[in-house]
Design a protein around this ligand. Sequence first.
Ligand code: ZN
Ligand code: ZN
Length: 350
Amino acid sequence: MRGLRELLEKNAVDAFFVTDIKNIRYLSGFTGSTAYAIVTKDAAWLVTDSRYTAQAKAETKGFKVRLFRKAIETLRELLSELKVKTLAFESNNITYDNLLRLRKAFKGIRLKPVSNAIQRLRAVKDGDEVGLIRASAALLDEGYKRAEAILRPGVVERDAALEIEFSFRSMGAEGLAFDTIIASGERGALPHGKADFKKIKKGELVVVDMGVLKDGYNSDETRTYCMGKATSEQKKVYEVVRGAQERALQTLKPGVRASVVDLVARQHIEKAGYGRYFGHGTGHGVGLDIHESPGIGPLSKDVLREGMIVTVEPGIYIPGWGGVRIEDMALVVKGGFEVITTTSKDLRCL
Ligand code: ZN
Ligand code: ZN
């Protein structure tokens, strides 16, 4: 049950009510889109609807499956059979309306709000997950080869994105981790400039941030290319970002505060005089969600642990000029880190 039973003890509750569908997948293996889970010290139930009868039984390990017609009634019956008196619920994953519904339906049960607890378990990946994320990242690197083959002056951002996305799917991706970002020229100053109808021009920098979803796991990587020959300023900004990214990567190891990784990248960019052009955080965890725990930013309270997979992605975005971002995914290992995205970071002019 991947650490959930320890959470029962820690929160002094009889059962955990799991509503986040990614958390349910993490705990049970179920890949459908509708389910709830109730886990006690010695029982685990997956509650889903009739579309998923066979799938739930085939996919889940260690869970009994019950089907609902009206979810809240089935859940209430189950909690009563299991004699649950205190129930933890995912307070970060419920609407106010649903909370009112639960309170009414689960009368007599003490509800305990617990925030992001399973997400914290998910931050540390086990060997199987690391393998799946590596496979997702390897597919993504193949997509970068495709990108480097087709990105040229005269190509429309959106056309390039479509072609790369087609290659992802044909190589076995389930889908995209997020809308493909291809931001050329001035649009590069938009950190999330998804591919548009703009034609890429000679002399521009192009920020390409892509991610794929494979077997449930996401990957995320950014490279910045120049079109034609790079100017000295383009080269300079690129090297500043690359230096910040390298330095930040070098700080990754178990026990280091995530905010320190951010600080290392930020100070490097500030020293070069571009501090006001780097507004976002330096990175994030990646797994079943594209953005998950830990956060790597100035305000993060997270501490790195062995088995975490994080991105390191500083950037410089100059309005009216353009932008540069370089992003890799890295696995935190004993004593250090291992980069798992492999596309070259030398400035390539296409
Ligand atoms: Zn990214
Ligand atoms: Zn990212």
